[in-house]
Design a protein around this ligand. Structure first.
Ligand SMILES: C[S@@+](CC[C@H](N)C(=O)[O-])C[C@H]1O[C@@H](n2cnc3c(N)ncnc32)[C@H](O)[C@@H]1O
Length: 161
């Protein structure tokens, strides 16, 4: 019987180690992928993110509060306007260290918070009507409940007058 429990404990330990390693490997793969993607799509992303500059001009204090959903390694930071405060959310906690290291290249942008979570449930993480913009790039394809995710995005956005 002792052998049986030892065997079960080893299998469980192996499964836990495999899951952790997969998440770490995935995080490092995305770093590589995001670099390639930004090189290829940089010009288009610049155009897409220009809306944030327009929005920033409308803000009296010139500060923009952005929520980056599924932030990954912070690949979007190079497209955010200077002075932005960014809340980052990702279900893979191994991105936090990579992101913090990456965003140190952008001293004009502050990653104010990093939350381990999913877009479908940000209730405890992001206040209602608290952000000016939500950015979500190459993420919705991985979201299980897209409708719920979009409802959450609408909840956290400040109303436009
Ligand atoms: C392809 S990466 C894109 C990362 C980054 N947005 C970019 O443009 O490079 C997809 C990211 O979405 C995250 N993700 C997956 N499911 C999610 C969910 N339900 N809510 C929020 N993020 C999610 C993954 O952990 C991963 O960091």
């Amino acid at each position: 019987m002792d052998y049986f429990y030892t065997f079960i404990a080893l299998v469980v330990a192996f499964m836990i180690i495999t899951i952790i390693r997969q998440k770490i490997t995935l995080a490092h793969f995305f770093v590589y992928f995001a670099k390639l993607y930004n090189e290829r799509m940089g010009a288009r992303k610049k155009l897409l993110f220009d809306g944030l500059n327009q929005l920033k001009k409308k803000r009296d204090d010139g500060k923009l509060h952005i929520l980056d959903v599924g932030c990954g390694n912070g690949a979007n930071f190079q497209f955010f306007p200077a002075g932005s405060e960014v809340i980052c959310i990702d279900p893979n906690r191994y991105f936090e260290a990579i992101l913090r290291n990456n965003v140190s290249q952008f001293p004009d942008i502050r990653a104010s918070e990093f939350h381990f979570g999913r877009v479908e449930d940000m209730t405890d993480l992001v206040k209602t009507e608290s952000v000016d913009a939500v950015v979500c790039t190459i993420v919705l394809c991985s979201v299980k409940d897209v409708v719920r995710g979009l409802q959450e995005i609408l909840r956290v956005l400040k109303p436009v007058s």
